[in-house]
Structure formats: structure tokens, C-alpha cells
Design a protein around this ligand. Structure first.
Ligand code: C2E
Ligand code: MG
Ligand code: MG
Ligand code: MG
Length: 276
């Protein structure tokens, strides 16, 4: 309880912090209950080859629907999952869900489909991560090269050594690696080269500002050029208009993901979408 005799403002600070911590703890319990009660689910956002219009893959994105039907956005609950360690089990479950969904798509004739899964630092640094990855691949029997793990630049900064050796092992299994939200972190180019990833994902901030701000457009363009000179694949995130898609294509970026093409969809909607 905040002490009233302290007039320095410190007491307010403590009280607000108390509220914030209590709110986090409440959300953590709610998240654990949601996970155990199977109120978390995975949606899939199509990734499109803009040259041919074909959907080549999808990114798995986690969703939380509360008992009263509200949706809590991942940007709110993923940090809580990370902070509490819940992300280890939840993340493994997302990975397995995505692998099994891919297996089913393959059985339905979508054989070169790719699936991308977001992986947090806390998952990556967990000693069982490699085992759970191997298990997911073995149990679902999908070819490793159809699976892509999305990491962030900030992970490269926390522990570059650890990350490098992990990525090496993962790549030797055949699994692909991409850097999510590329351009928003501060990893250096020499680090990028050492990490030996397969793909850069241009952050949607650079896509949304292609026409409103000249320098932002140059950033998107620069990332495409960088990917070309490092021989990496590149995909743009958050493409919402035809104009953005056209501009990206003119920069040499072939792949995109965004509301202009398709929103994240449930498993059954994804199948309908792919058949159409
Ligand atoms: P992200 O990995 O960068 O995912 C892309 C986000 O952009 C998704 O938000 C997606 O719904 C949104 N998006 C896609 N196209 C558009 C568009 O055209 N316009 C706009 N405005 N947004 C678009 P979402 O699903 O809310 O996820 C937010 C973040 O939460 C993700 O960003 C990712 O960092 C994290 N996240 C989601 N699922 C997982 C998960 O299973 N594991 C982990 N570790 N993180 C996850
Ligand atoms: Mg992502
Ligand atoms: Mg992203
Ligand atoms: Mg993001």
C-alpha cells in the first residue's frame, strides 16, 4: 500500500507500479487459464508471390479469445507470455499446430506450401528448444525446408554467440530462418552476415510510409537491395494497397503479406481461400 506521508511523488509512482504489476499478474493467470482451456488458437496469414499472384505460404499468428468473446491482441499478451515464461509451452504448441496444419495442407495437394512461425528469445534460449523443434518435425512428418522460423533483430543483440550456434544447428536440420520486422532493430550488417539467415521481412512501418515519406520509401528499397547483395530472400509485411504492392515490385521485392492480399485466417478459411 502506498504511504500517504510521502509527498515527493514517489508514493504515486509506487502505487501505479503496484497497479501495473497486479494487472500483469492477473493477465498472466488469465493467459495460463486460456491456454489450458484451449481458448488460444492459431490463424494463418497468406504470403503471396506478387509476380504470379500465387499464395506460397502463410505465417502462423496466435490469437486469444476470452470467455466473454473479446479478443486480446498479441502485442498485449505476448510480452506477458515472455515475461512469465508461459511462452515456452505456448510457443511449442503454436509450432506444433503450424506443422500439423502444414502436413494436412500437403495431404490436400498443397505441396510446396511454406509455413512461418514466430519464435521468441525466451523460447530460443530454453534448453529444450531444439528437441521440441525436432519432435514437431518428426511427429508431423513435414519436410524441414517447408518450415521457417521468424526471429527478430533484437535477439541478435542479446546473445549473438548463442544465437549463432542455435541458428547453425537449425539450419543444418534444413529449417529456414527469417528476420522479422527487419529495419526496426539495430543489429549491424556484420552481425547479419554472421547469422546466415535466409530471408528478411521488411517491417510494415517502411511499407506504410512508401508514399507519405520519401526517406521511408528509400528504407524499403534499401532493404530489398541489401537482400539482393547478401543473396537473401525478401518479403514485405503489412501491404495494404495496390500502390504499395506495385512500388515494392518495382524495387524488386517479389513476395508480400498484408491486408491487401489477405487477412490472417482460421484453418478452415485458409483452406477455402487456397481452393478458390
Ligand atoms: P509480426 O510477426 O510482425 O506479425 C505481423 C503482424 O502484422 C500481425 O499482427 C498481422 O496481423 C499484422 N498485419 C498483417 N498484415 C497487415 C496489414 O496489411 N496491415 C496491418 N496494419 N497489419 C497487418 P498480430 O497478429 O497482431 O501479431 C502481432 C505480433 O505478435 C507479431 O508481429 C508477432 O511479433 C507477435 N506474435 C504473434 N503470434 C505469435 C506467436 O505465435 N509467437 C510469438 N513469439 N509471437 C507472436
Ligand atoms: Mg512475424
Ligand atoms: Mg513482422
Ligand atoms: Mg511485429
Amino acid at each position: 500500500r502506498a504511504k500517504s506521508h510521502n509527498r515527493s511523488g514517489y508514493s504515486y509512482f509506487t502505487r501505479d507500479m503496484g497497479v501495473e504489476i497486479r494487472e500483469r499478474v492477473r493477465m498472466m493467470h488469465a493467459l495460463r487459464a486460456a491456454f489450458e482451456g484451449e481458448r488460444l488458437f492459431v490463424v494463418y496469414q497468406p504470403q503471396v508471390d506478387m509476380m504470379t499472384g500465387r499464395t506460397v505460404g502463410a505465417e502462423a499468428l496466435l490469437r486469444w479469445r476470452t470467455e466473454d468473446g473479446q479478443f486480446i491482441p498479441p502485442d498485449q499478451f505476448i510480452p506477458i507470455a515472455e515475461y512469465s515464461g508461459l511462452i515456452v509451452n505456448i510457443g511449442e504448441w503454436v509450432l506444433r499446430s503450424a506443422c500439423f496444419e502444414l502436413m494436412q495442407l500437403r495431404e490436400n495437394g498443397f505441396e510446396d506450401f511454406q509455413i512461418a512461425v514466430n519464435v521468441s528469445q525466451a523460447q530460443f534460449s530454453h534448453p529444450q528448444f531444439m528437441q521440441s523443434l525436432e519432435r514437431a518435425l518428426r511427429d508431423s512428418r513435414i519436410p524441414p525446408h517447408c518450415l521457417e522460423l521468424e526471429i527478430t533483430e533484437s535477439m541478435a543483440m542479446t546473445d549473438p554467440e548463442m544465437l549463432c550456434s542455435m541458428l547453425q544447428k537449425i539450419k543444418s536440420m534444413g529449417v529456414r530462418i527469417s528476420i522479422d520486422d527487419f529495419g526496426t532493430g539495430f543489429s549491424s550488417l556484420s552481425q547479419l552476415q554472421k547469422l546466415n539467415v535466409d530471408k528478411l521481412k521488411i517491417d510494415r512501418a517502411f511499407v506504410s510510409e512508401i508514399f507519405s515519406n520519401h526517406s521511408e520509401a528509400s528504407i524499403a528499397k534499401m532493404i530489398v537491395q541489401l537482400s539482393q547483395s547478401l543473396n537473401l530472400a525478401v518479403i514485405a509485411e503489412g501491404v495494404e494497397t495496390k500502390e504499395q504492392a506495385d512500388a515494392l515490385l518495382s524495387f524488386g521485392c517479389k513476395y508480400a503479406q498484408g491486408f491487401y492480399f489477405a487477412k490472417p485466417q482460421t484453418k478452415s478459411d485458409l483452406r477455402k481461400y487456397l481452393r478458390a
